[in-house]
Design a binder for this molecule. Sequence first.
Ligand code: ADP
Ligand code: MG
Length: 588
Amino acid sequence: MNKKLLIKLFRYLRPYWKHFGVVLGLIFASQAFGLLAPYLFAKMFDAKTFGDAMIYVIASFLLWFIVATVISTMRSYWETKHIVFDTDIHLNHTSLKKLLGLSIGQHRNQHSGVKQHVITQGQNSIDQLVQMILFDVAPSVIQTVTTIILVLVVSPVVGAWITAITAVFMYFSIKRNYKYKPKILTWLDKNKDQSKMVSEVYRNVPLVILEAQEEKSLNQVDASIRETAQFGKNVWIPFIKESALLRIILGIARFGGIGIAMYLTFNGQFSKGMLFAFVSWIQQALGNVENIAQQQRRIMIMLGKTKKYHDLLEMESDVPTPAYPIQPQDFKGKVEFKNVSYAYPRRNAENEPKPNDLNSLSSVSFIIAAGEKIGIVGESGSGKSTLVNLIRRSFDPKSGNVYIDDIPLTNLDLHYFRSNLGNVEQDIAVFDLSIRDNILYGMNGRAKYVTANELKKVAQIASIEHFIENLENGFDTMVGEKGVKLSGGERQRIAIARALIKEPKILIFDEATSALDAYNEKLVHDAMNEASVGRTTIIIAHRLSTVIDADRIIVMKKGMVDDIGTHFELQARCAEYQKLIKNQVVSI
Ligand code: ADP
Ligand code: MG
C-alpha cells in the first residue's frame, strides 16, 4: 500500500478532521458497549437470584438499545450535517481551484474527458477511502485488538489460539492482496482508457451521425467495455476463489476456538455464562479480522483510483506566480521579445511530458511600441499562434524573455495584465448565457457599472449592433450551447465586443476572420480597424487585406522572424512575403 499517498489524501480533508473525530468517538463508544453487553448478558446465567438475573438482562439490553438507536442516530446525524455534503463541496472547490491555477498550455495538453474521469473518480474515492479507514478499518482493528487482549486475560489458551489464527489469516490475506495489486491497477487503467474512448464518442456524436458511423461507434464502445469487463472478471474471479479458501480456514479455526472454550467450560474452568461471553467475543474478533482483510483490498482499489487525482492536485502550474507581482501604474502596452524560444512538450502514451528538441519558436526578437498596429503573417505552422500565446502567458518561453512595458512578463501580476488584454480567436468560446453576459464576461466587478450606452458603443464598433437590435430579446438573447444560435461572423463580432468593453491596452486577433465569408470578413475587418485605435493591436491574418494597413508586419518562417517592415518594404525585399502573396496565402 502506498502509505505516503494515504497520508496526503487525509490532508485534503483537514478542515473535517474534528468532525471525523466526533464520529470516531461515537464508534468507540458503541464498540465498548458492544463488548460489555454480552458480558452483562452472560452474567445472567451465573446470577444467584432471579432479581439479579433480571437486572443483568435489562442492563445488557439497555446497552444494545443505546448502541442500536441513540449512538447510530447521532452518528448519521453528525455525518450528514458536517461530513457527507460538506466534504463534497470542499473537494469540488479544491479541484476546480487547482484546475484554474494551471496554465492554459497545461490544459491544452490534457484530454478533457480523462480530466473529468480522474476528478469525479478521485473525489468520490478520497471521501470513501478516508471514511472507510477511519470508520471501518480503524475501529475494526482496535476492536479486534481489545477483544483479543480481553480473551487472553480471561483465558490465555483460547487467546493464544485466536491470536495465532488472526496472524495467519492476515498474513495470507495481505500476501494475496499484494499479489493482485498489479492486475488491479492495470484493470483501473483500462477503465480510464475506456472512459476516454467513450467520452470521445459522446463528444463527437453529431459527426458520428453525419458520417453514418453509428454502427462502428457502437461496436467500438461495446468492444472496449467488454474487453475491460472481461479483464475485470479475469482478475476478480480467481481472487474470490482464493478468498473463499481463506474464509473456510478461518471458519474452521473459529469453531476450534469455540471448541476449546467449551472444553474448558466442561472441565469447570469457566462458568456457562462466561462461555456465552467467549463465544460472542470470538465471533466479534474473527468477524472483524475478515472485515479488515476485505477492506484492505478495497483500500487498494481506491488508492489506485485516487492516484491520478492526487497527481493532479499536486501538479504545479508551469506559469508560476511571482513572489512580488508588479502592477504598472500606467499600463501602456509595449511588447518586447528577446531571444525567445519555445518547444511544446511531447507526450508519451501515459500523457507524461517528455523533453522536446524541436522548437516551435527559435530566438525570436522584436519590439512592438505601445499603440502600434502589427500584422503577423507566415505559413501555417510557422509559429504565429505560439508567439501570441507567449504574450498571453499561456506558457513561458523555454529560453529568452518576454517584456511588457519593459517588465519581464513573469514578474507581472497576471490577473492585472490579462484584464488589460483583449483576445479574439478563430474558435470563439462562449458560455450558454445572454449576449450581454457573454460580452461582459471578462469584466469582473466592473460589469455592473457598464452603462447601456457603453454596451451599445462597443456593439457598434464591433459591427454587431444591428444584429442584436433585431433580435427579439436584444442583448438578453441566449446564445445556446457553444453559441450554436449564432453564425461564425456573429460569434466573432461578439468576441470583439467582449474584448473591447474591457478597454484593453493590448488587443490580439488570431486568424479572427479565417472562417468567415467575404461579407462577414469585411464587417469584422472594419470592426478590427475601429477597435485598434489607441491600443497596441496584434493581428494574425491569413489574408493580406487584413494587415496591409498595419504599421508594421512581422513575417514568420519556420518558427523564426524572417523580416519586419511595412507592406511596401516587405513587398520589395522579403522573399518569404513575396512567396506568401504569390501562393495566395496572403492575397490582396
Ligand atoms: P501557426 O499559428 O503559425 O499556424 P502554431 O504556432 O500554431 O503555428 O504552431 C507552430 C508549430 O508548433 C507547428 O509545427 C505546430 O505543429 C506545433 N504545435 C502547435 N501547437 C502545438 C501543441 N499544442 N503541441 C505540440 N505542438 C504544437
Ligand atoms: Mg495559428
